[in-house]
Design a protein. Structure first.
Length: 970
């Protein structure tokens, strides 16, 4: 490298003197054969000069990236974009990024661009391949080799050895998953060009032995919106004068959670997964930016014990190689360990580890724009703010509106300036940081990772094969031999979704051809069988088992549980009986299954059984022009039991039949209406309220409603302040947002100037999903008053998760108190039991058990005043306080009620209300302490929210407290 470096410098000098000489001529004119062999292509002196200028300190660059070839006929980034990568105050829109890669691919056989789908907003999603002429020319062969290694059942060990001899690892790089982390998507263009054109021995070696594939921008919609925001606001920011507000949206629905999308709901993530399962890159490397100055992931504890132990050797090996190489170049602040752990399988690049490959990740120092900014790091001899060695606080990177990765970085900066065993050369002191520094760090790191891969390509491939083979073999040997998902469950639509989500990730599932008898029980023919002697057996176990968190003293970066059966309220039986491996099954060959519904009987009144399917609400909206009623009590027709909440529909049997079949529901046509009380299922005028500073959790609810075809209006403070909410809406839903009532009401702080979010000719990506002349200030107390009027005049206000602080703290539900857990309490997304206290309440239509699993969402600890005067003299009455009528569901609390994952301090939630239904004036407030619509995940709870929507004006209070009675004045 250093030889290459000095030669490059020599070249740069020569070219300044003889800029007109072509490379071939130069080789002759110098008469130096060694020089000519080392590089037949000249470097670009303009690049070297610019990069030197933009790099804020000499140690912030390496010999790998301080030069760039100027290859005749092949466009460099500057040739297309007009500037070198890393120029201050320059960010590239996605269309220009694509333009660059396509121009590069058109000019060299070493680059190929394939389109893999479309983003939510219609942008092309692509993967760019870069490699030697031979590699790119024979990509299909290389794809075939990796497919063979990915499924070890197709080859013997001897054959695998032959395949490994011929194969090359694909190393996948991905930038721009988080739109505020702008640098890597710029850097990757330069990297692609360098890999295609440079003739140094290192680059040649990489080109010959590795195929690099690139996701230029994982969330292109968010990229463009963030770039718009930067050019509108960020570019003018200086130290001490910032707008204080980020762009209200990245992608259509979510911010950072595109890296937590465990079920691949978002089209961009799904397209990459589909691509992955066709190409099987053994390594996927996701480039983020937040940590100081470059953190390289090594998979620290807590670790998922299902994954192959080999992986836990590979991860630190590569990370340590990068750290030592970059330290050798004199680049400070490169570290590993001590940040992200290896617990949740939901991060995007985890698709690789989940499929026997290797997830890799960087956090590179950077900002959401391209301004050069001052950084101040702690005293190297001082103690870090976080205490060194400990993992970063959970919550970092889980951010909603604000880039929480960045917040975590700030919190960690004190400790990041300290030397430790995993940070041998910390960055310290005060310095400017530029986007070119970010490019230098990212590109040097990635080239170093590629150097490692090119040194050991066969080891990488062999490990990939052995991990795949081990996955099949451990599946045969381990205690858990498979899973049965029984046929004939009460609601098969959630079973169908669960099966399809497993299939989406490539997990093999079969249907039992006959009744199944195993030690664990007897299951009907047609039951779904997941055998563990398959390449993705580890993933199947990870997704289906209950998560047993290894050490309650450890914190983690995201959720501790995701058990799919519990999340779906579907029965999934873990099987130890090895006979499951030999069961005769009909393999599911299609990507998805569809379990058709059925309408039997004859008559013009149709009853549709409500057994908890989320598709009931879709049926209601698809048939919105028909009169549909809900049965308030259970009834039977022949063999079919219709639980309370079942639909009774009159007329248009043919249309109802079509939809019932499509939606997988069970219906019977009756000769006459059932003799039970019924109420009409009117459709509410539904609004979702969103603050501007934190739109992600609202985005998940929007996504779910869109998927289930529930129309709504998304409203902001602008609409609330106009007043007369009752004139426009029947039900206003406040998804989890803000973190407190105060934040929900006052939202983004105003720093003296309005911050508009509006579309213009120049900024076409702003003003989408809502628009505002000024996103700061929140709805304020005037807005609170409008919400109060809405409720008092008959509106239904529904609050989820932390939004439930709002009605409690601002008096809209005066009897409800919202407290917080202690500092010791720690519950990163466990699944816990919740007890239904009012099973007859419409919210619980379709549920048949008293105790249901719910994801704990860290909302408020709700309690309802029971009418006992707390200021009265004398001791309180003996015994536990009565449970108020308005508490519909509660958390029993305690360690034994934690079903999956970690809840530290589980006694703190004992008997706290999980759902409260408080009448207020003519309306009511329904507070969920949890989040019944969390990401695209807790499908078993969605129905509680959907029932609330469908029965919004049929929720009756207890006789003792009729809805017409006003609550006492505050
Ligand atoms: Zn990130």
């Amino acid at each position: 490298m250093f030889l290459r470096e000095s030669l490059a410098r020599l070249f740069a000098c020569l070219f300044l003197l003889v800029p007109v000489l072509g490379s071939g001529i130069l080789a002759q004119s110098t008469g130096n054969k060694a020089v000519a062999t080392a590089s037949a292509i000249q470097d670009d002196p303009d690049f070297a000069r610019a990069v030197k200028e933009w790099t804020t300190r000499p140690e912030f660059i390496s010999p790998l990236v301080d030069h760039l070839p100027k290859a005749a006929g092949i466009p460099s980034p500057k040739d297309i974009l007009g500037h070198h990568i890393g120029e201050p105050k320059k960010l590239t829109y996605y269309a220009d990024i694509l333009k660059y890669y396509r121009a590069l691919a058109a000019a060299t056989p070493r680059v190929k661009v394939v389109t893999i789908g479309k983003s939510n907003e219609g942008r092309d999603l692509v993967v760019v391949f870069v490699g030697g002429d031979e590699s790119i020319g024979n990509l299909e062969n290389y794809r075939g080799y990796l497919a063979q290694l990915a499924d070890p059942r197709t080859v013997t060990d001897a054959q695998a050895k032959d395949v490994i001899d011929k194969a090359k690892p694909i190393y996948h790089l991905s930038g721009g998953l988080h739109s505020g982390e702008v640098g890597p998507s710029e850097m990757l263009m330069e990297l692609a060009y360098r890999l295609a054109t440079e003739d140094s021995s290192l680059i040649k070696q990489i080109r010959d032995t590795v195929i690099v594939s690139i996701t230029p921008v994982a969330d292109p919609d968010g990229r463009d919106r963030n770039v718009d925001w930067y050019y509108k606001y960020g570019i003018n920011e200086t130290e001490g004068r910032t707008t204080g507000a980020g762009v209200p949206y990245w992608g259509k629905y979510v911010f950072h959670d595109d890296n937590r999308d465990i079920n691949y709901s978002q089209v961009e993530m799904r397209a990459l997964l589909d691509w992955y399962l066709q190409w099987h890159p053994p390594i996927m490397h996701d480039l983020h930016q937040a940590q100081t100055l470059l953190y390289t992931f090594s998979g620290q504890a807590p670790q998922n014990p299902n994954l192959d132990p080999i992986l836990y050797g590979e991860l630190p090996a590569m990370a340590n190689f990068e750290m030592s190489q970059m330290t050798k170049y004199g680049m400070p602040g490169v570290w590993t360990h001590g940040f992200v752990d290896m617990w949740s399988p939901g991060y995007l690049a985890f698709m690789s580890s989940n499929h026997n490959g290797m997830i890799r990740m960087y956090e590179i120092q950077g900002f959401s724009g391209a301004n050069t900014q001052k950084m101040r790091l702690g005293n190297p001899n001082g103690t870090g703010a976080n205490g060194v060695g400990g993992p970063a606080p959970a919550g970092g990177g889980r951010g909603a509106g604000a880039p929480a990765d960045a917040a975590a970085a700030v919190a960690g900066r004190g400790s990041q300036a300290t030397r430790d065993w995993f940070r041998p050369l910390p960055a310290t002191g005060e310095f400017d940081w530029s986007i070119r520094n970010n490019t230098n760090y990212g590109e040097t790191g990635v080239l170093t990772a590629l150097q490692y891969t090119s040194q050991f390509p066969k080891i990488i491939l062999e490990n990939f094969y052995v991990k795949s083979r081990n996955s099949v073999e451990t599946g045969r040997k381990e205690t858990v031999a498979g899973y049965v998902i029984p046929a004939g469950q009460r609601d098969m639509t959630r079973v169908e979704r669960l099966i399809n989500l497993l299939r989406l990730q490539g997990i093999e599932i079969g249907r039992a051809s006959a009744e199944v008898k195993l030690t664990e029980g007897t299951f009907p023919a047609g039951s779904f069988i997941v055998k563990r002697d398959q390449p993705y057996s580890r993933l199947a176990k990870t997704l289906l088992e209950k998560q047993v968190y290894p050490d309650p003293t450890l914190r983690t970066y995201d959720d501790t549980s995701w058990t799919m059966g519990l999340m779906s309220h579907a029965e999934v039986k873990e099987i130890a009986d090895k006979k499951i491996l030999d069961l005769a099954v009909e393999p599911i060959k299609t990507a998805e299954i569809h379990l058709a519904g059925a309408l039997s009987g004859s008559g013009s009144t149709i009853a549709v059984a409500h057994t908890g399917s989320n598709n009931m609400i879709t049926l209601r909206y698809r048939l919105k022009d028909l009169t549909i009623q809900a049965a308030e009590k259970e009834f039977k027709q022949g063999d079919v039991t219709f639980p309370a909440g079942s639909f009774v529909i009159n007329g248009d049997v043919a249309r109802v039949r079509t939809e019932v079949e499509k939606l997988g529901l069970t219906a019977v046509a009756l000769p006459s209406a059932p003799q039970v009380p019924l109420h009409a299922l009117d459709l509410p005028r539904l609004a979702i309220y969103s603050i501007w500073g934190n739109t992600q959790e609202i985005g998940w609810v929007r996504y779910a409603l869109d998927r289930f075809e529930v129309p709504y209006e998304l409203i902001f403070k602008e609409r609330v302040k106009k007043g007369d909410l009752r004139g426009s809406y029947d039900l206003i839903l406040l998804p989890n947002q803000g973190g407190s009532g105060k934040r929900l009401v006052f939202d983004i702080e105003n720093r003296g100037q309005p911050i508009a979010y509006k579309k213009s000719d120049q900024f076409k990506n702003l003003g989408m999903y809502g628009e505002s002349d000024d996103i700061t200030g929140g709805m304020g107390l005037d807005g609170v008053a409008e919400f109060e009027k809405f409720v008092k005049s008959g509106g239904v206000l529904v609050t989820l998760g932390t939004a439930s602080y709002f009605p409690a703290e601002f008096g809209l539900a005066p009897k409800v108190d919202a407290a917080r857990t202690s500092a010791q309490f720690y519950a990163p997304g466990p699944i816990v039991n919740a007890e239904i206290l009012k099973p007859e309440h419409p919210i619980f239509y379709g549920y048949d058990k008293k105790m249901v699993p719910v994801r704990y969402a860290n909302g408020p600890l709700l309690s309802v005043q029971t009418g006992v005067n707390p200021f009265a003299d004398g001791p309180p009455p003996p015994g536990p306080p009565p449970t108020p009528q308005s508490v519909l569901m509660r958390y029993p609390g305690g360690d034994d009620q934690v079903l999956s994952g970690l809840m530290r301090g589980a006694a703190e939630i004992r008997n706290r209300a999980a759902i409260v239904d408080e009448p207020s004036g003519k309306g009511r407030v329904i507070l969920f302490a949890g989040n019944p619509c969390y990401r695209w995940q807790n499908f078993g709870e969605f129905n509680m929210l959907f029932n609330t929507v469908l029965n919004f004006n049929d929720i009756k209070s207890e006789p003792a407290k009729p809805a017409t009675t006003d609550t006492p004045a505050r």
